[in-house]
Design a protein around this ligand. Sequence first.
Ligand code: 6GU
Length: 248
Amino acid sequence: MRFHVLTIFPGMFDSPFAEGVVHRGIDAGLIELHVHDIRDYTHDRHRSTDDYTFGGGPGMLMKPEPLFEGVESIRAKHDTPENAPVILLTPQGERLKQPLVEKFAGEDDLILICGRYEGFDERVRENLATHEISIGDYVLNGGEAAAIVLVEAVARLVPGVVGSDESTRNDSFTTGVLQHPQYTRPADFRGMTVPKVLLSGDHARIEQWRRRASLRRTLQRRPDLLEDAELSREDREFLDSLKEEGHQ
Ligand code: 6GU
């Protein structure tokens, strides 16, 4: 899978992918990350990527020409399919969630455009981008950090990048409920002990304990997730019993 990033700060993509899972995926040839400097697609002496807004007002906008040229150059150079997603990272975008991450992971190429300044010329939105994505309800200085988040979230779903398939299949958000509490050795750390059931070797009881702990935690922290989660009749009965007790 290939990620193509357009940014005015290409250096921001060096250290996040210099180690860790994505780095290994790149080394193994499973992922390619191509970072392009938007300034390379400007033609004026100052290599400007932004300009004033028509109609007046403060703030600068990203100019359309270098972004269109950048995407066209990526398409030509890397022979990407004409319908490869062109994703604008912007706080106005759709909130990134796991189902969309999974959809992106099914693509061969993703083209990411990182916004800076006050925004984009509207023609970039209407005629270049296929998606507008935000990573949450807070303000960043630009789309670079958001693009790094998106690349990491998508890259780990590329087969072979994360060690065993098991570890991505059991993630919170993939399963629809939050991860249950987990413990490793020692069983007694400074008097803080591991729940006995986990030491019992009784796999059926352990599974039930884990499922219930996941459901309890999800009800407490992210009740919104339960609306879309796949729940068995037993799950629902357990959640109902928690609600009757008043969330214990
Ligand atoms: Cl994609 N860009 C900016 N500038 N701020 C954000 C964001 C993106 N997602 C959340 N906040």
